[in-house]
Design a protein around this ligand. Structure first.
Ligand code: ATP
Ligand code: MG
Length: 222
C-alpha cells in the first residue's frame, strides 16, 4: 500500500514561556492511501499540535514530514500552501467558519480557491452539505446555527474539493451520539468513494469501528 504522509522523529517544543513545553516528541507515523487513522490520547497530550504540524500549519522543531515522498523541507511556503489547498482538508478543533458567510459560501471556499466554475462550486457545495444532513441550513450564517451544525459545515468544507488527505481535529466533539454516528458513517463512505485518507483526533470511541490504524498519544509520544 502507498504511503501518503510520513513523519520521522517529528518534534515540537514550545519555547514561548520560561518552561519549554515538549508537545510532540520524536513521533514516527505512516498514513496510507485510503485508510482512516484515529489519534486518541488525553487532553494536552499533543494531538492538535501534531495535526497542525502534519498539515504544515505549524513549524516543527525537528524531524521530517513527507507528503507522497516529497519532504516539506523542499517546499517553499507558496508551494506548501498550494499543496494544502489542492490536496488537503483540515477541520480545526474550534471550527473557524467565516461569520459573515452562509453555510454554502463557507463550504465553497476551497473550490473557489482552486478556481472551479461557479455552477460546479454551487452543486458540489450543496451535495456535501446534503450528505452531512444540512440541506435545511444552506443560507444560514454561523451565528444562526447550532454548535453541531457548524461542526458539520466545517467538515463539509474540509472535503468539498475531494482532497487526498483530510485531517480532522475532534470532528464530533459538539455532536450528540446519534448525529456523531451519522457523521462517522458519512466519513467512512467518503473515504471509500474518493479513496481519500483521513486522520482523526478524537475522544469518541465510535471511531474505533471505522479505524484502520489507531494511535495513542501520551505526553507528546506515540
Ligand atoms: N502555542 C502554544 N504555546 C505553548 N504551549 C502550547 C501551545 N499550543 C499547545 N501548547 C501545549 O502543548 C501541549 C499539547 O497541546 P495540544 O493542544 O496539542 O493537546 P491536545 O492533545 O490536542 O489536547 P485536547 O484534547 O485538549 O485538544 C499542551 O500542554 C499545551 O498546553
Ligand atoms: Mg486538541
Amino acid at each position: 500500500m502507498n504511503s501518503i504522509l510520513k513523519a520521522n522523529q517529528l518534534t515540537k517544543t514550545f519555547d514561548a514561556t520560561t518552561i519549554p513545553v515538549h508537545a510532540v516528541k520524536e513521533v514516527n507515523i505512516d498514513i496510507y492511501e485510503g485508510e482512516i487513522t484515529v489519534l486518541t490520547g488525553r487532553s494536552g497530550s499533543g494531538k492538535s499540535t501534531l495535526l497542525h504540524l502534519l498539515a504544515g500549519l505549524e513549524q516543527k522543531t525537528s524531524g521530517t514530514i513527507f507528503y507522497k515522498d516529497k519532504s516539506y523541507d523542499d517546499l517553499n511556503s507558496n508551494e506548501l500552501t498550494k499543496l494544502r489547498r489542492s490536496d488537503m482538508g483540515f477541520v480545526y478543533q474550534f471550527h473557524y467558519l467565516l461569520n459573515e458567510l452562509t453555510a454554502i459560501e463557507n463550504v465553497s471556499l476551497p473550490l473557489l480557491m482552486n478556481n472551479l466554475e461557479k455552477k460546479e462550486v454551487l452543486e458540489k457545495s450543496k451535495e456535501i452539505l446534503n450528505i452531512l444532513g444540512l440541506s435545511h441550513r444552506f443560507t444560514h450564517k454561523p451565528s444562526e446555527m447550532s454548535g453541531g451544525e457548524k461542526q458539520r459545515v466545517a467538515i463539509a468544507r474540509s472535503m468539498v474539493h475531494s482532497p487526498s488527505l483530510v485531517i480532522l481535529d475532534e470532528p464530533t466533539g459538539d455532536l450528540d451520539s446519534q448525529t456523531a454516528l451519522e457523521v462517522i458513517e458519512s466519513l467512512k463512505n467518503y473515504v471509500s468513494d474518493v479513496k481519500s485518507s483521513l486522520i482523526i483526533a478524537t475522544h469518541d470511541m465510535n471511531f474505533k469501528e471505522i479505524s484502520d490504524q489507531t494511535l495513542i498519544m501520551d505526553s507528546g509520544i506515540i
